[in-house]
Design a protein around this ligand. Structure first.
Ligand SMILES: Cc1ncc(COP(=O)(O)O)c(C=O)c1O
Length: 461
């Protein structure tokens, strides 16, 4: 691409005309992301302007995020991927550490958005995407959702599917229809922290159901149903967050039977389900009449789209539409359309495959870095659950020690909604580092921490 020669509009400053021409050529696809621009001297010669004008144009283009300069290599179209992904809620304390604390979904493997946007830009009906749409999504988008859900092993008609702005939003929408303030939601005693945020927002109580290495314990669920009269059960049967357990089919059937006996609605979060090669049946396929199946593609395709689908029991969609209206009116149709395109053209499936194989390679790294550790992890899971050796009596203490060695992990305390003390364990996320090399470095630091003696914590002066 070093022969790019823009045609400059008259009537504006030369440097701005160069920037605008560049922006137009990127938008029209004439200039591809990642391609190298001419040197400043070459472009100046070709356009008959001074080198200073081109220098200024490139500086403004860089400020606008159109291009980036790479020392010793040249100037390239597009911004550089960040070396590490944002660390979000973990805050300053892990700055400079390897982030194994957050399950960012292997964002280096995300699909390329540019060809899809170019294709959409050529569509004669593009303006439709700027119109208000039904709260639960257009027919096309609900059909795309039904197709995505079917790939989880659960066939459902599009009329029973509603679109939401991600699984987190689905939780807000669904739980607000199932429970009133003050009522109780049951969940695994180590649970996804986003559920706590929703419960807090809706004024719901959470009660933790003890688990074993196959997930929710049936007897404990049965007795909590009798004692607490819960409004619903939220669970993650496939690659649970944080314990990474996969509930086998017979346990799913038992859980469905108990729920049915107590008239308990189940909210099944299948966000990691498709990372499994040969997954068990969704609970929703066993008990569609009282299960809400949340099929978010954030982990397996891309989190920034903010879409997810809910397959709901017949008759429940109207209430979900009402809550979606109350919270966001509708999911932006543009992002839903992008995902529908990716279902149609195979991008969703290809991305899933790429992420699955990258995740499997990262699990292998984990296994070789911590060969003797007590770790639960799915073969292509993004996170692992590390039960600490006896010397460590608290996950929080271990996480602090790991942080001192320059690696962030999340202690059991962050997930705990059970009674008594949380177990001495931490979640290790392998999917946030951009490269395997960074992950390997983090795992090495973690292995070293396991060899440390817990001591008495930070020295205090
Ligand atoms: C179990 C679980 N559910 C839901 C979410 C959030 O999903 P989304 O990005 O679709 O809102 C996460 C994110 O980590 C998660 O782990």
């Amino acid at each position: 691409m070093t022969i790019w020669k823009p045609s400059l509009q008259r009537g504006k400053a030369r440097y701005l005309a160069i920037v605008d021409a560049l922006a137009d050529d990127i938008a029209s696809g004439k200039v591809d992301t990642g391609s190298r621009l001419p040197t400043q001297r070459d472009l100046a010669l070709r356009l008959g302007v001074s080198v200073g004008t081109v220098t200024r144009a490139y500086a403004v283009a860089e400020q606008r995020g159109l291009i980036r300069g790479e020392t010793g290599r040249g100037t390239f179209v597009g911004t550089a991927p960040p070396e590490e992904l944002p660390i979000g809620d973990l805050g300053d304390s892990v700055r400079g550490s390897v982030n194994l604390g957050m399950t960012w979904p292997l964002e280096s493997e995300n699909p390329d958005l540019a060809p899809t946007l170019r294709k959409l830009a050529r569509r004669p009906d593009l303006a439709e995407l700027l119109r208000y749409q039904p709260n639960t999504g257009t027919t096309r988008h609900r059909e795309a959702g039904a197709e995505w859900i079917a790939r989880h092993g659960f066939e459902v008609p599009a009329e029973c599917v509603a679109i939401t702005a991600g699984t987190q939003h689905a939780l807000t929408v669904v739980l607000s229809t199932l429970a009133r303030p003050g009522e109780t939601i049951l969940t695994e005693d180590l649970t996804y922290p986003g559920l706590r945020a929703v419960a807090d927002f809706l004024g719901l109580k959470l009660a933790g159901v003890p688990v074993d290495d196959e997930g929710l314990l049936p007897d404990a669920l049965d007795s909590l149903c009798r004692q607490r009269k819960p409004a619903a059960l939220y669970c993650v049967p496939s690659i649970q967050n944080p314990t990474a357990t996969v509930m086998p089919n017979d346990r799913r059937e038992t859980i469905a039977r108990i729920a049915k006996r107590h008239g308990l609605r189940i909210v099944e979060d299948a966000i990691h389900h498709r990372l499994l090669d040969d997954p068990p049946h969704p609970i929703a396929s066993i008990a569609p009449e009282f299960t809400y199946f949340l099929a978010g593609p954030s982990k397996t395709v891309a989190g920034g789209l903010r879409v997810a689908w809910v397959a709901a029991p017949r008759g429940a969609i109207e209430r979900l539409a009402q809550r979606t209206w109350a919270t966001t009116w509708m999911v932006p149709p543009l992002t839903a359309e992008i995902f529908a395109e990716w279902i149609d053209d195979g991008t969703a499936e290809a991305t899933l495959e790429r992420k699955r194989s990258e995740a499997a390679a990262r699990v292998a790294l984990l296994r070789s870095a911590l060969p003797d550790a007590d770790v639960t992890c799915a073969p292509a899971g993004y996170h692992a659950w590390l039960r600490l050796p006896d010397a460590w009596d608290s996950g929080a203490r271990f996480a602090e020690a790991a942080e001192r060695r320059g690696v962030a992990v999340t202690p059991a305390d962050a997930f705990w909604v059970g009674t008594g003390r949380p177990p001495a364990a931490v979640r290790i996320s392998m999917s946030a580092p951009r490269t395997r090399a960074t992950l390997a470095e983090g795992l090495e630091r973690l292995a070293a921490t396991l060899g440390d003696s817990p001591g008495i914590g930070r020295p205090i002066v």
